[in-house]
Design a protein around this ligand. Structure first.
Ligand SMILES: *Cc1c(COP(=O)(O)O)cnc(C)c1O
Length: 308
């Protein structure tokens, strides 16, 4: 079995977020700490894996083979899950062999690594790519890059219940929407599926507009048969994926100092900064209550020099 035992339920605390720019605008934000679901398995990448692991169990597989870069949060969560629940993992990596804190962890978790180079990695979407790997590892189940697609989104529908069961503890009777970082949009699509038109989901795009996130989200929602999806996307990329600027780093450092909450610069830092900009531009009425999802990714932060 690759799926975790039934008694392993990830818990993510939902906490009030107190920041000046929120209280000035009279906006209440609660933060769902997916960075805290487990000491090793962190973030939205766990939720994106759940359905893939179930499918692997159904197929009688003994482990998972997947792809990612040398700082990949997806491979990190997968390798950690493999170690925790005792299944084999193989990672196909972009580029040439290098040592990063992430790669060291993957190896320590027992993931078998293959470096594909850049050209070899680009071939991942070509017909026949998986055949050679399935011939080599017939007992492993392939999971697409990042754990995306409808199975990935389906696992993320659980996030609504995870937050809702903690609302009362916050003294909230209700909320008005979600705010989260988007890369492929899979996690957002899962929330939109869970809401089924009830409350809007606001996505802060960590990648530039031309990456086709809106189309990917539409494709998943269509496949899932969601009728009246309510979501909105905002550009939060600040010039490109993984582009980092002094204002962003200063914002992350200040937020951590004031709230004690650590953010990383690729997704969560950009998402919260984009929320600040929208709040200050008057996007939300006074009294609005939002749930901000901390999608994790802090392990990847070690690859950055965050001194400010
Ligand atoms: C992968 C990732 C995201 C983006 O998730 P998608 O489902 O691809 O939109 C957001 N935040 C963090 C920390 C991530 O690792």
């Amino acid at each position: 079995m690759l799926s975790p035992p039934a008694n392993w339920l990830p818990q993510a605390p939902l906490e009030p977020l107190h920041l000046d720019w929120l209280s000035n605008a009279n906006i209440d934000v609660a933060i769902l700490r997916l960075d805290q679901i487990d000491p090793l398995i962190s973030g939205n990448k766990w939720f994106k894996l759940i359905e893939h692991l179930k499918a692997a169990d159904l197929a009688g597989a003994e482990g998972i083979i997947s792809l990612g870069g040398a700082h990949s949060n997806h491979l990190h969560a997968l390798a950690a899950a493999g170690k925790r629940f005792g299944f084999a993992t193989v990672g196909l990596l972009r580029g040439h062999a290098q040592e990063t804190p992430t790669v060291n962890d993957l190896q320590a978790f027992g993931m078998q690594l293959h470096w594909l180079g850049y050209g070899g990695y680009r071939a991942r979407n070509e017909a026949g790519f998986w055949e050679q790997w399935q011939a080599r590892y017939p007992e492993l189940f392939p999971v697409p890059e990042g754990g995306g697609g409808l199975p990935g989104a389906t696992g993320c529908t659980q996030l609504k219940a995870l937050a809702c069961q903690q609302l009362e503890g916050l003294g909230w009777s209700d909320y008005d929407g979600w705010w989260l970082a988007c890369g492929t949009g899979t996690t957002l699509a899962g929330l939109v599926m869970a809401e089924a038109g009830e409350y809007p989901v606001y996505g802060a795009l960590a990648v530039p507009d031309d990456h086709g996130v809106a189309q990917q989200v539409e494709r998943i929602l269509e496949e899932a048969g969601v009728n009246a999806p309510t979501y909105e996307l905002f550009d939060a990329s600040r010039g490109g994926f993984a582009k980092v600027d002094p204002l962003l780093l200063e914002f992350i450092a200040q937020t951590e100092q004031v709230s004690g909450i650590a953010l990383e610069p690729l997704y969560t830092g950009k998402a919260l900064l984009a929320l600040k900009q929208q709040v200050e531009a008057g996007k939300f009425a006074r009294g609005t209550r939002l749930i901000f999802i901390h999608t994790g990714g802090l392990q990847g932060r070690r690859g950055f020099n965050l001194k400010t």
